[in-house]
Ligand binder design. Structure first.
Ligand code: MG
Length: 405
């Protein structure tokens, strides 16, 4: 797999986690007023089951390069944290797998032998779609495999396929809403989820998320068919604006419809963040709970170095007071992403992430420093990032660390 797809898949995972974490804050009654005013509630924003399971998928892909269902079941069960908001059926299934149960029997046996049609397979799958974005049939097939481990019903599987293909297309394909949904439909099996996506296609001219959700659902039934069509409607409408404020606008549009908000926002966040150039709002970064440490380095399989390691040792000297905060934000953003082998790609990745986090391209920006409010924590020159320091010392230092291996 091309390294840039893995990088985009990682960004998709971060977008999924961001949507999940902020979306889940809607359920805190004290935050109600903040949301009505569309202001940010106080952090930290903890992610929920959506992110935990997406990290499980990532771990399996990083280890084996494809979905090994037995391994995925084991990883889900091993890292299952009861307090992360799982549904009762998945809680029980994962506990029984941990105790030695066979996921095949358990997943197909629930709900009187129908299997779960919940939205749990769709909520975790966007990064997988991006991982396989070079081949949409393969993305759909791997999504099916990832779903079946806990959600055996064909509608849950269809929901996972739809979201995976959507994320793959966001990373590589058309940005216009209609063609985007048409290409997804080409991969989704017949059924209620597919009917819903077809209906979403007819509602693209509607601008009001509540009206769209009234027709398509908003996840209130936590079912694939009342979650996925609305999410794809929201993603389709914001995909083209992702280089500007599309991610943030897509989040608020999705959240405003209510329902299963952490999951709808995780799905839309994972799809929109797959789009090249998408920016997760910098103001969110300090509040987002980091991904779990057990996700480990995704370069495990090829023994590669991860970006996090480049930032482990701080430089001997900073330029201005915002610099260590920018350093931390870059580190957080890149985290377990593998270091590209080609130095030119590493340089591009660092510059692009700096642009995402600080707001200017370090290679072309004029002026001495940039002020970022989220890096201001008191003191003289607070919040200021010193561009010559980054251009001449810090970015070359990171580049040197990354090309030495
Ligand atoms: Mg959740």
């Amino acid at each position: 797999m091309a390294i840039d797809l893995r990088g985009r898949a990682w960004t998709s995972l971060l977008g999924l986690a961001a949507g999940d974490a902020l979306g889940s804050q809607f359920f805190v009654p004290a935050h109600r007023a903040a949301f009505e005013a569309r202001t940010l509630p106080p952090g930290p924003w903890q992610w929920t089951d959506d992110t935990e399971m997406a990290c499980g998928i990532w771990k399996v892909l990083a280890r084996t390069g494809r979905i090994d269902q037995d391994l995925l079941a084991a990883v889900f069960a091993e890292h299952h944290d009861f307090d992360r908001g799982y549904g009762p059926s998945t809680n029980r299934l994962l506990r029984l797998v941990r105790e030695g149960g066979d996921w095949r029997t358990l997943a197909s046996g629930v709900f009187d032998g129908r299997g779960s049609w919940g939205n749990g397979a769709a909520m975790r799958v966007a990064p997988l779609g991006v991982w396989f974005a070079g081949d949409l049939d393969l993305a759909a097939e791997q999504a099916r495999l990832s779903a079946e481990v806990t959600h055996a019903h064909p509608e849950a599987v269809a929901g996972a396929i739809a979201v995976a293909v959507a994320a793959a297309l966001a990373a590589t394909g058309p940005g216009k809403p209609g063609p985007f949904l048409d290409r997804i439909l080409a991969h989704v099996p017949e059924g209620t989820v597919r009917d819903g996506i077809r209906q979403a296609r007819t509602l693209l001219t509607i601008g009001d998320p509540a009206s769209a959700a009234a027709a398509l659902g908003n996840g209130r039934q936590v079912a694939a068919h009342d979650t996925v069509p609305f999410c794809l409607w929201a993603a389709a409408r914001h995909l083209d604006g992702c280089e500007r404020d599309g991610f943030e606008a897509g989040f608020w549009a999705t959240a405003s419809a209510g329902g299963d908000i952490d999951t709808t926002c995780a799905i839309v966040g994972g799809i929109l963040a797959a789009r090249p150039g998408t920016r997760i709002p910098a103001a969110w970064l300090p509040h987002l709970e980091p991904l779990p440490s057990w996700i480990g380095p995704p370069g495990q399989r090829d023994g590669g170095m991860t970006m996090d390691e480049l930032f482990a040792e701080p430089p001997a000297q900073w330029g201005l007071r915002g610099d260590p905060h920018a350093w931390a934000a870059l580190r957080e953003r890149l985290n377990a992403m593998p270091v590209p082998e080609d130095p030119a790609r590493l340089e591009d990745l660092l510059a692009a992430t700096f642009l995402d986090v600080v707001g200017v391209d370090p290679r072309t920006a004029t002026g001495e420093h940039v002020y970022r409010e989220e890096f201001a924590h008191g003191g003289m020159s607070s919040g200021h990032v010193h561009l010559p320091t980054w251009r001449d010392r810090l970015l070359p230092l990171l580049l040197a660390r990354g090309t030495r291996h």
